[in-house]
Each structure stands twice: as structure tokens, then as C-alpha cells.
Design a protein. Structure first.
Length: 169
């Protein structure tokens, strides 16, 4: 039995059940987690630690406004700063999309959904996330104290690598 490759996690925060279903089906190459509101989204971020979030700005209880969506962005970026949030907005919502990016969202996408464009945005976000994670790991390795292969005993210079004893003169 062969092991399936690890799927990257994508959290979709969308209260429209039809769009949730459509997006889940389309992004089957990812491990898709779905949340319908801010509270579910925060719980999902804590539990699943997704790399990428695709978020609608209009979330309940403020479906027609954007304040709940902005609150969600603020709380997620505080909880998981490396997560990339891609905000989905309506056609007339460009100013709010730019405001969301200024608050910490990675990018925005204007509805209606075009699968090819959204695929490209997500691929780029996953690529950037993976590069940043790799960079973090390398920094941690460089900052970790070096492992000592030799135990030094006081007064025993022969335990030091590449040490030559001075010849008596």
C-alpha cells in the first residue's frame, strides 16, 4: 500500500454553502477545511494550522458589511502570522480589498470566481509560504548551538580537533 503524498492545507472561510461546495470540489489537490464564520475560522486555524486561507470579507453576522471579515483577518494574522490570507470580494469592493491587504492579507481576488486565476493565486501563495518556511528552518538551524562531537576534559588539549601540541624547545 503506497503512502499518499502530504496535501497542503487550505482553509476556505465562506458562508455561502453553494460556493463552499464548489470551491471544495475544485481544490481537491489540497486538504480543504471549510468555515462559515469568524469563530469557526479561528478554531480551524488553531486546529489545522493551514498554510493558505481563502476568505470572503462578508461574514455573518455582518453578511452585507465587511467589519466581521476585517476582524477575522486581524485575529488570524495575530494567531498565525505566516499564514497567507487571500481575500475574496465583490466587483465593487476594490477599496476594501486593498484595505484588507494593508491589514495583513497576502492578496485579494474579485468575484465572480474564475478557476484558472484563483488557481494561479493559490499556487503562488503556497510557493511563497513554502519558501518562507524553508527560510525559517534554515535560520533556526544556523542559530542553534553547534553540536559537539568531542567531549573536552579539562587540561586535555588533544581532545580539540586540529590541535597540534607545541614541541618543547
Amino acid at each position: 500500500m503506497s503512502k499518499q503524498p502530504h496535501k497542503q492545507k487550505l482553509l476556505i472561510i465562506e458562508d455561502d454553502l453553494g460556493l463552499q461546495s464548489q470551491l471544495r470540489w475544485h481544490f481537491d489537490q489540497y486538504e480543504v477545511i471549510v468555515a462559515g464564520d469568524r469563530e469557526e475560522a479561528l478554531a480551524a486555524v488553531r486546529l489545522h494550522e493551514p498554510a493558505i486561507i481563502l476568505q470572503d470579507l462578508g461574514l455573518p453576522p455582518d453578511d452585507e458589511g465587511v467589519e466581521e471579515g476585517f476582524r477575522c483577518i486581524r485575529e488570524i494574522t495575530a494567531l498565525s502570522p505566516s499564514t497567507k490570507i487571500i481575500v475574496m470580494t465583490g466587483n465593487s469592493d476594490y477599496e476594501n480589498a486593498v484595505r484588507a491587504v494593508a491589514m495583513g492579507a497576502y492578496d485579494f481576488y474579485q468575484k465572480p470566481v474564475n478557476a484558472d486565476t484563483l488557481d494561479l493565486i493559490l499556487q503562488r501563495a503556497f510557493h511563497i509560504f513554502n519558501l518562507e518556511e524553508q527560510h525559517r528552518r534554515l535560520q533556526e538551524q544556523q542559530q542553534a548551538p553547534p553540536e559537539r562531537h568531542h567531549r573536552l576534559r579539562p587540561g586535555h588539549a588533544e581532545n580539540l580537533p586540529h590541535h597540534r601540541k607545541a614541541r618543547p624547545q
